[in-house]
Design a protein around this ligand. Structure first.
Ligand SMILES: CC(C)(COP(=O)(O)OP(=O)(O)OC[C@H]1O[C@@H](n2cnc3c(N)ncnc32)[C@H](O)[C@@H]1O)[C@@H](O)C(=O)NCCC(=O)NCCS
Ligand SMILES: Nc1ncnc2c1ncn2[C@@H]1O[C@H](COP(=O)(O)OP(=O)(O)OP(=O)(O)O)[C@@H](O)[C@H]1O
Length: 201
């Protein structure tokens, strides 16, 4: 049996930064954002449902979903967000489960699921241990504005659409403080994995 670790945090809190560290250790990381992207490609069942609910206006000229447009709708409207989540999340769960099974068949001892909404969507049953990547709200907003080239108001809408990181701290088995340097973050990850017997040296 493998150990399945859930890696979570908030938008732009540093999950990808930490998941890259796992990948450098040759540990498989299954990324919910990647699976969510694949699940809404043209021809997939979720694509049809999204167009039926949100209308043709949501499509780009090439008939793919306009992610920026869909994001600007759902990050400002909780009802629409729930509607989208209801369509995408079952598909994302299915895809992640398939990948976990494939990694288990390959005999992998440790598997990481990178799931931004692990706690909001009550997906903790999919994992044995959880690691939260934490940053202060001000740092989170700053990094999000810079990375996605967003105005403060849009960055705030995205952060506010998720459970506050301060609440997630109490739910996680281990917390990495990513307010400092990437090197500080790596040190904390190594300490956690040593504590869990995953890293020995
Ligand atoms: C709204 C969409 C089109 C925006 O696409 P975009 O390419 O701009 O962003 P991307 O997919 O890379 O997501 C960036 C981050 O936004 C946050 N986020 C995405 N969806 C949601 C949501 N429904 N609720 C809260 N936060 C969300 C996550 O922290 C994620 O890491 C897209 O995120 C989407 O289809 N979301 C629904 C599926 C979902 O919930 N994905 C999250 C993982 S299950
Ligand atoms: N310790 C750090 N110091 C400075 N910048 C950082 C640090 N960690 C992450 N960043 C930067 O902050 C941004 C967000 O980090 P990252 O992409 O890892 O977050 P994420 O949680 O995976 O985000 P999302 O879920 O929104 O994709 C990136 O531009 C990244 O380069």
């Amino acid at each position: 049996m493998s150990l399945v670790i859930g890696l979570t945090g908030g938008i732009a809190s540093g999950k990808s930064t930490v998941s890259n560290m796992f990948k450098e250790m040759d540990i498989t990381v299954i990324d919910a954002d990647v699976e969510a992207r694949l699940a809404v490609e043209k021809g997939e069942p979720a694509f049809q449902k999204i167009v039926a609910e949100f209308g043709q206006d949501i499509l780009l000229a090439n008939d793919e979903i306009d992610r920026q447009k869909l994001g600007s709708i759902i990050f400002h409207n909780a009802e629409k967000r729930q509607l989208l989540n209801g369509i995408t999340h079952p598909e994302v769960r299915k895809r992640m489960n398939d990948q976990v099974e494939a990694a288990e068949r390959r005999g992998e001892q440790v598997i990481v699921l990178d799931i931004p909404l692990l706690f909001e969507s009550k997906l903790t049953h999919m994992v044995e241990k959880t690691i939260l990547v934490f940053v202060d709200r001000a740092v989170q907003l700053q990094r999000l504005m810079e990375r996605n080239n967003l105005a403060l108001e849009d960055a705030e809408a995205r952060v506010t659409s998720q459970m506050p990181l301060t609440e997630k701290v109490a739910l996680a088995d281990a917390v990495i403080d990513n307010n400092g340097t990437v090197a500080d973050t790596r040190k904390q990850l190594v300490e956690i994995l040593r504590g869990w017997g995953i890293l020995t040296e």
